[in-house]
Design a binder for this molecule. Structure first.
Ligand SMILES: [Zn+2]
Length: 128
């Protein structure tokens, strides 16, 4: 199974403006990299910026790849599988690596009932 490389600082510095990039699940257009900040345009056409370190951890030039929902590595679609996980609030489809323990680990993680959060507490008051 192939691991798709993420962007390096060196590569970011050399990227020409207009290069398509994948950041997590989003496809964006690279504009420039300046003062440790990456400037890009998202799919809606909105200019955005992010710290270079964050982009290096979550972006790739290989826009055809997709990110595993568990380990966060980029893979080719052929190396990924879709799994349906039964969750606290219904089932959800996730993209995970075909090989390895990602599918298993994600299912274990998601099946655990989430701890109460502020958002959960607000949700409860709404049906009172
Ligand atoms: Zn994975």
């Amino acid at each position: 199974m192939q691991i798709i490389p993420k962007l390096s600082r060196e590569r970011l510095a050399a990227l020409p403006p207009g290069t398509p990039l994948r950041i997590g699940r989003q496809l964006v257009t690279f504009n420039e990299c300046r003062a440790d900040t990456v400037f890009y345009t998202d799919q809606a056409g909105t200019p955005r910026q992010f710290a270079e370190a964050i982009i290096c951890a979550s972006a790739t030039e290989h826009v055809e790849s997709q990110m595993c929902d568990y380990c966060g590595k980029f893979r080719l679609p052929a190396d990924l599988q879709l799994i349906v996980v039964e969750q606290y609030r219904g089932s959800k489809t996730h993209t995970v690596c075909k090989e390895g323990l990602c599918a298993y680990m994600l299912q274990m993680q998601k099946r655990t009932k989430p701890a109460p959060t502020m958002r959960g507490a607000r949700g409860k008051t709404s049906w009172k």
